[in-house]
Unconditional design. Structure first.
Length: 375
């Protein structure tokens, strides 16, 4: 048996031994949902768990108090493979995106590598990077800007879904606000002295003004939008067209328009065939089936897309609910604490750890992933 095969067997067995503890940790995070940049409890539990099992943990990396980096060193200098963990929740509905599973799958992969192998039998290292604020805070973008991913050669994570698929695209997203400035007046007494900013924002939404005026003609309105597309270039084209729509609405109503796009843009995911094939092979090794695309659901957006535009990255989806349960729903939040979620978490931890080992054990595979990225 090769060194890589032996190491992978030991790591997979370690995930099984840690499964009960990982499930308990997943449930604690699920029961204590925190919004972006406030994930102090999850940060503490995850770092303690990784440290307990032998990883070298740095807290508050990249200037973000709830970010962390846990390193499992190899036999000498070499490439760095990152496993990303998310653990923030959604407002009002908690872990309806299953980040408690993402967090414990990532931490489980790192803890199993450290517990089973101590020092990895290959040159290089594996890092579990705790990335806060995926839901609205673009934590990964901030960590990239702070240099946390500067020395990372390849990165990966899993995401819960109602089916297992190694590759699904994501949509790039630009958050943009449109503001209209008019002139306030009383609509029945002095309507001709007003410039109606409400007319302008309605024009932007539906292209057609309404007949009835409000009691007071407002002088200011604002509307916030998400502009989504499958490519970076078309995201920018959407922004251009949106700005033209806002300018047209302002011209039609006599208002002044301001369109402001947030500086942080969520980029679409860039695929990596080599890494996806390794991950898919490891799902086969552990006997976790891949599901066909349901052909109905659209695509979401993630700050992992920005990482994938900077270095070889994969973002596979793992089943943690029955078919047809939409993410960001109360029903999905309930399934994120279920036996199906446990099975997906364990499979995700194993496949992440084994794929990281593959990339360290076979430099040609890592080079192939880098070539995929360049193409």
């Amino acid at each position: 048996m090769s060194a890589a095969s032996a190491a992978k067997q030991r790591v997979a067995a370690a995930v099984d031994r840690l499964a009960d503890d990982l499930e308990a940790l997943s449930h604690k995070i699920h029961d204590n949902p925190k919004l972006c940049f406030k994930e102090d409890k999850a940060h503490g539990w995850l770092t303690e768990f990784l440290e307990k099992h032998g990883a070298q943990v740095e807290r508050g990396v990249g200037g973000l108090p709830t970010a962390f980096r846990a390193t499992i060193a190899g036999s000498g200098p070499g490439p760095t493979i990152a496993i990303m963990a998310e653990y923030d929740a959604l407002p009002s509905i908690g872990h309806a995106c299953g980040h408690n599973v993402i967090a414990t799958a990532g931490a489980g992969a790192g803890a199993a590598l450290a517990a089973a192998l101590g020092t990895l039998p290959f040159a290089g290292r594996v890092q579990v990077i705790g990335t806060p604020a995926e839901e609205g805070g673009a934590g990964k973008v901030r960590l990239m800007e702070a240099g946390v991913f500067r020395d990372v050669d390849a990165a990966m994570m899993i995401h819960g879904r109602c089916g297992t698929q190694v590759w699904r695209p994501s949509l790039g997203i630009i958050k943009v606000k449109a503001e209209f400035h008019g002139k306030a007046t009383h609509a029945s007494s002095w309507p001709w002295r007003g410039v109606n900013a409400l007319n302008a924002v309605i024009q932007l939404f539906v292209g057609v003004d309404q007949m009835r005026q409000p009691n007071i003609i407002p002088e200011y309105t604002r509307a916030d939008f998400y502009l989504r597309a499958l490519t970076k270039d078309y995201c920018q084209e959407l922004l251009r067209r949106f700005t033209a729509c806002a300018d047209g609405a302002a011209a039609a109503t006599g208002c002044r328009a301001e369109v402001t796009a947030e500086p942080i843009i969520h980029d679409p995911l860039k695929p990596n065939r080599t890494m996806a094939e390794l991950f898919e092979g490891n799902l086969g090794v552990i006997g976790f089936p891949i599901d066909p695309d349901d052909g109905e659901a659209g695509y979401g957006s993630t700050d992992c897309g920005n990482v994938s535009q900077a270095l070889p990255t994969i973002h596979p989806y793992i089943r943690i609910s029955p078919d047809g349960v939409p993410g960001h729903s109360r029903e999905f939040a309930e399934w994120a604490r279920s036996p199906i979620a446990r099975a997906g978490m364990v499979a995700g931890a194993k496949a992440l750890a084994l794929t990281a080992l593959d990339l360290l054990a076979a430099p040609d595979k890592l080079e192939a992933a880098k070539e995929d990225f360049k193409r």
